[in-house]
Design a protein around this ligand. Sequence first.
Ligand SMILES: *[C@@H]1O[C@H](CO)[C@@H](O)[C@H](O)[C@H]1NC(C)=O
Ligand SMILES: *[C@@H]1O[C@H](CO)[C@@H](O)[C@H](O)[C@H]1NC(C)=O
Ligand SMILES: *[C@@H]1O[C@H](CO)[C@@H](O)[C@H](O)[C@H]1NC(C)=O
Ligand SMILES: *[C@@H]1O[C@H](CO)[C@@H](O)[C@H](O)[C@H]1NC(C)=O
Ligand SMILES: *[C@@H]1O[C@H](CO)[C@@H](O)[C@H](O)[C@H]1NC(C)=O
Length: 604
Amino acid sequence: MKIMSLLWTKSFLFLLSIPCLCSSQLSPPPLRFSAFLDHSNLVFMSWDHDAEEIMTFELRVKTTGWVAFGFSPHGELPGSDIVIGGVFPNGSIYFSDWHAVDEENLEEDKSQDYQLLSLTEDEIFTTIRFKRYFQTCDPNDLDITGDTARLISAFGTDDTVQFSKGQRFLKSLFLMRVISPTELNDPKIFFTHDLKLNDFPIPVDETTYACTFIPLPIVKQKHHIYKFEPIITTHQNRSMVHHILVYACGNGSVLPTGISDCYGANPDFALCSQVVAGWAVGGGSYQFPNEAAISIGTPMDPQYIRLEIHYSNFDLIPGLIDNSGIRLYYTLDLRPYDMGVLQTGVFTFPVHFIPPGADTYKSYGLCKSSQFNEMNGTPVPDLKVFGFLLHTHLAGRGLKVVQYRKGEQVRIICEDNKYDFSLQETRDLKEVITIKVGDEILVECNFQTLDRTEITFGGPSTLNEMCLAFLFYYPRNNISSCMGYPDIQQIASALGQEASDAMEGMIAMNYVEWNNETIKNAEKAAKEADQTVIIKTIDVSVVCLYLAEWLGVGKTWSALEFETKAHGRTKVSALSTAEILPLPLLLLTQLAFTWLLISYQCRI
Ligand SMILES: *[C@@H]1O[C@H](CO)[C@@H](O)[C@H](O)[C@H]1NC(C)=O
Ligand SMILES: *[C@@H]1O[C@H](CO)[C@@H](O)[C@H](O)[C@H]1NC(C)=O
Ligand SMILES: *[C@@H]1O[C@H](CO)[C@@H](O)[C@H](O)[C@H]1NC(C)=O
Ligand SMILES: *[C@@H]1O[C@H](CO)[C@@H](O)[C@H](O)[C@H]1NC(C)=O
Ligand SMILES: *[C@@H]1O[C@H](CO)[C@@H](O)[C@H](O)[C@H]1NC(C)=O
């Protein structure tokens, strides 16, 4: 059990006598990470963590009044864990650990688990440095985890703390960053190339997904792209850009021209699905680790990317012209390896369904890598995974990527149990992990659909859902994606419906009376059903499709259950097209592009 060295009493707190705690070292160690917590750059936070599981924060806030900072469970105030401090006009300081009991009221924690390190104020800024353990033993504190944190910050203009009357901000942030910018090698000579929209008129719509295809730099020699940086147009100090994704295109695709709705009438604007960079509101630039980068300039390399920009124009402001995008940095100073991106998760396809009214519903997509060597053409070297990017749409609440080898769980590669659609970013793993050919990778996505009355099907539009994990690794191979989906006939049968093929299975879902019991039954059946695994290579002409059967009664795929064993074996080497092709016409048109790409050839 960890207990902070001091339990302060309130009376003690409000005395000036804290210098023994405010460390007397000459200059405190620099904190590796930093971000603004508000849009107007009034609240600047630096932070760092260490092997003792202590997180140190420093807030520099543009006020001479009180300052508050804390963690919210999911963005709401009740249940939030908050620390408040400041400097009185007479120079004495106050600092204390609180929690929000409801929308209006804070209560001081009996157990004080934030340790003040320094607290100063000048004419403009109040600066507070403090630390705490990731986990305190106080039920009124929230744990600091590897999930997306929902940070609350607030301040007032004077030292009369009235929390509900101050300016308050909420920001999603990933605190467990591992690589600081200073550890990354910047090449001496580099070039930049902008992937951006040119004078794009932002539609007067709340949400727009603008897509366009842009060539990568044309170079005669091999270069490495090692860094991405957002270029954001501001309009009256505000940005309409919500998030940006960059997808690499295969060499063979015939790409459309112009800018269009990514998931609208023309399905070609959704081509190219291999994410190489992601940025979301509040994020910064991302640089690959020193070992690897994206190769351009050789025949193996992508020549085009799809730029996807999500605009949020909630105030329906007309006449905005935008030039946002991503700047990439590339160099001749090559890193040791070319990196690749492996897309795993649930195959995006309407057999992926999520019942309405679910507080929580988990989906499972399996990658069985035993066919990688045959698919690749040459033996696939071990994949050294260094980073990841998780992706669902609006119903997604959490994702988990688990690795199995010979039926045993090896590790949870990455997870985020508080996924925020607004914070899609590449994250580095704490340490580089190895995936060997033959390993299985299971992606579990947790969805919430309490606000929905109809079934949500898998699909590219934000009204549909996705469950994807992009694994960033080196050295590069030819496999671009390895995803699975459960047998919907088995799910239908578990729900007492008859279905002789996948289409009937999907139609049957509409006849199910969805309540919390049928939702749980569907989830269990989907978890235990055989999975169809689909593997694609970078030149999508080679697709491998096969059934993986999971053995064992009461088997479970939840990574939460560590004793779980994954007994996978390949049952059928190819699935007849007739088994999956007949889908409702509506869904078929939406997915036609995906299926046209699939030739059903499986070189095994
Ligand atoms: C400074 O001001 C605060 C608030 O008015 C008061 O509580 C505190 O006792 C004062 N401290 C000293 C040393 O006068
Ligand atoms: C934009 O920001 C500048 C500098 O921070 C500020 O002076 C100006 O008032 C802001 N404009 C608006 C419209 O918020
Ligand atoms: C990609 O296209 C280029 C030119 O269009 C061609 O020379 C190259 O062989 C292609 N690479 C692959 C892997 O197909
Ligand atoms: C990709 O496939 C080609 C042709 O099958 C093969 O020559 C090449 O070595 C493969 N590339 C990698 C990185 O394995
Ligand atoms: C399931 O239970 C939750 C409360 O736990 C409820 O809000 C929800 O409406 C229920 N769903 C259905 C489909 O009945």
